[in-house]
Structures are given as C-alpha cells and as structure tokens.
Design a protein around this ligand. Structure first.
Ligand SMILES: Cc1ncc(COP(=O)(O)O)c(C=O)c1O
Length: 358
C-alpha cells in the first residue's frame, strides 16, 4: 500500500500548539493591516490561467529568472508535490537527505518513489557532503532531493557543494530538487536560488516561512521552460486556478518584501540571541550553532525525548517538535521568529524541565 498521509502534518495541525509554542518553523504572522493595500486593489476574479502575469513577473524578478521558468503553487508544500510528481514515475530511484522534512519523505513515498538516503551527519553540523551522494547515486537515480537551508538544522549549503551535486546528477541524467523555503533567512549576502547553478536544478520556495505570510500560500517552482510547461499541465490535474485575491495580495507583498523581511529579521535575530544564551548555559542538550534560519535542532544528552516533550507539554504548556519526525530520536526542534517574550519564557520552561531530568 502506498503512503497516503503525513504523520508530521497531523501532529503539527493537532498537537503542535501550546501557550509557549516553540514547535513553529517560520516567522510569526505578518498582519494584513501593515501591508499597504486598499480594498480597491482587490478583486475576486481575475485573469489567471497558467499563472497570473503580474505575479509571474514579480516572482521572476525576485528570483532573477525569466517568467517562463516560474510555476506558481500553493506554498512550498504544493510546489514540492508538483515538482516531484512531474519529475518521477512510480518505482524511480530518488536520493533524499537524512535527516529531512517529513513531508518530503511522505510525498515521495506517496508517489511510489524508491527512496534511498544520504547522510547529513550531526557530527558535521548537518553539512551537505557531496561525497555522501557519490556513495549512493546510481545510473537509476532520477532525482536528488534536499533542503537549503536544511530543515531541521538550518545548515547552509555552499554553492560549491551544490555544484558538485549538480555534476553528479548530470553524470546519470538526474535532476536536483532544492527546497529553499528558508534560504531568505540568510539576511546578508543571501545566496541566489540554486536554479542559477545549472539546468539540472529545480527550486521550490514561497513567502510563507521567512516572511510570516503563510496565509497567502504564495509559492513557486523554478524550472527550465519545457519542464515548467509540463508542471503547469500537470497542475491542471491538481488545482484549476489559485484564489485570485491571494494572487493580488502576493503581488503587493512582493513589492514590499524588503520591509516585511526587515521586520521578520529583527524578531529572528532577537530569538537567535536568546537561544545562543540558553545553549551556552545548558549542559543537558547539544546543538550545532547556526547564524541563519528559523529552526534549530537540539539533542537531549540523556533521557528520552518523547518522555521529555510530553512532560514539557503537560507541566509547562510548552511544545517543540519531536525528533522522530526527522528520524532523529532523542532530538527536538524549536522555531525562532516568534514573539521574543514567549520564546524566552518557552526556553526557560524547557530549561526547568531539563533540570529535573537528572
Ligand atoms: C523544508 C520545508 N519545505 C516546505 C515547507 C512547507 O512550506 P509552505 O508553508 O510554503 O507550504 C516546510 C514547512 O515547515 C518546510 O520545512
């Protein structure tokens, strides 16, 4: 039987919330009233077929690509699904990083892929190592899938490693799908989308995580024009057209992205400073330090993380994401970019529970 559900999504939608919610993955909500928009700029119906031209152009401009290379999608979630569904057939070999975002695994299994894993080791700070891909790639490999920034660790992969992986993919006629939903959380010298590294690269991203605009569902795929056209055609089987008010709001959001990004950055950086202080004073957990991103993965030195997290929720009304969703038992993931008072208190509550573990 093929996989037809995501355990992580069920958990996130039903169990993730608490008074001190550190189970987030993106920046807290950007409020509509801060977007310079009037009701006159909105309309219910519009001219959207294979994309809404102003939105296609705005995404293309942001990414430095031709609009023919942009396929709009409902968030990075649908972008990933659509890209994978267009690229692989049932039984195709796909290489997927380990650890990774659970929805990538479950979507690949749903599509019937033969999934092989390559390691991003905790000891190396979850660095993307082309040598690990060289170890598992085969002439049957059709696709290599990874996240950059890495979820859960936020490790940044340099272009040199991505280029090497692109070369490996080319040597067997495969593509590389890079989920870059967190990449704009590299606030200075933000790397260009890896789409620019070569035609073998396909990129997915959105405005959801780094900008606090999840409700707009403004996502996209960057692919070569022939592949982009095939993805648009496949999308006809999934969704007819997007909600037009969301397209209009997304265009306005893209016009104001610098302002939205600055607001997000100040919260993420405040939370990162709190996390660094917490990690510096806590001996019961270890975690690679990162300069970027909205998530961090912590390892519990002693004890069982499921037991720890259930006590944290029960006694402290605080949540973090269980490591099992990243195939990392004894770990948990926490999210930055949320209200810093709540984040500080959530960390203190984590600390209090850790101190009772003995
Ligand atoms: C790596 C990764 N890709 C995609 C998504 C989903 O993004 P979106 O909200 O844009 O659908 C997430 C959400 O946590 C994620 O971590």
């Amino acid at each position: 039987m093929r996989q037809r559900q995501s355990d992580y999504m069920l958990w996130a939608k039903t169990q993730g919330r608490a008074k001190f919610n550190l189970a987030t993955s993106g920046v807290g909500p950007f409020p509509l009233h801060e977007l310079p928009v009037t009701i006159e700029q909105l309309e219910i119906n519009g001219d959207s077929t294979y994309g809404y031209a102003p939105l296609q152009n705005a995404i293309a401009k942001k990414c430095g690509v031709d609009p023919d290379c942009v396929v709009a999608a409902s968030g990075t979630s649908m972008a990933n699904h659509l890209a994978m569904a267009a690229l692989i057939d049932c039984g195709d070999e796909v290489l997927l990083e380990h650890p990774t975002y659970e929805l990538l695994t479950s979507t690949l299994l749903y599509l019937g892929a033969a999934v092989k894993r390559f390691a991003r080791s905790e000891q190396s700070g979850y660095t993307l190592e082309p040598a690990e891909i060289r170890r598992v790639i085969s002439p049957r490999t059709k696709l290599i899938v990874l996240t950059n920034l890495h979820n859960p660790s936020s490790a940044l992969a340099p272009d040199s490693a991505l280029r090497e992986i692109g070369d490996l993919a080319c040597s067997v006629g495969a593509h590389v799908l890079v989920d870059e939903v967190y990449l704009d959380a590299v606030y200075t010298d933000t790397p260009m989308p890896s789409f620019h590294l070569g035609p073998e690269f396909i990129v997915t991203s959105s405005l959801t995580k780094v900008y606090g605009l999840s409700g707009l569902r403004c996502g996209w795929i960057l692919a070569q024009p022939d592949l982009a056209r095939a993805m648009w055609r496949l999308n006809d089987l999934f969704a007819s057209i997007p909600a037009h008010p969301a397209e209009l709001l997304s265009v306005i959001a893209l016009e104001n992205l610098d302002h939205i990004g600055r607001r997000a950055r100040s919260v993420v950086e405040a939370d990162r400073a709190l996390l660094a202080e917490f990690l510096g004073s806590q001996k019961a957990v270890s975690a690679p330090r990162t300069e970027f991103g909205t998530t961090a993965v912590l390892r519990l030195i002693h004890g069982n993380s499921e037991h720890f997290l259930s006590r944290l929720r029960g006694e402290q009304d605080t949540t973090a994401v269980p490591g099992r969703f990243f195939e990392l038992p004894n770990h948990f993931r926490i999210g930055m970019g949320v209200d810093s008072n709540m984040f500080r208190e959530g960390l203190q509550r984590i600390g209090r529970t850790l101190n009772t573990l003995g």
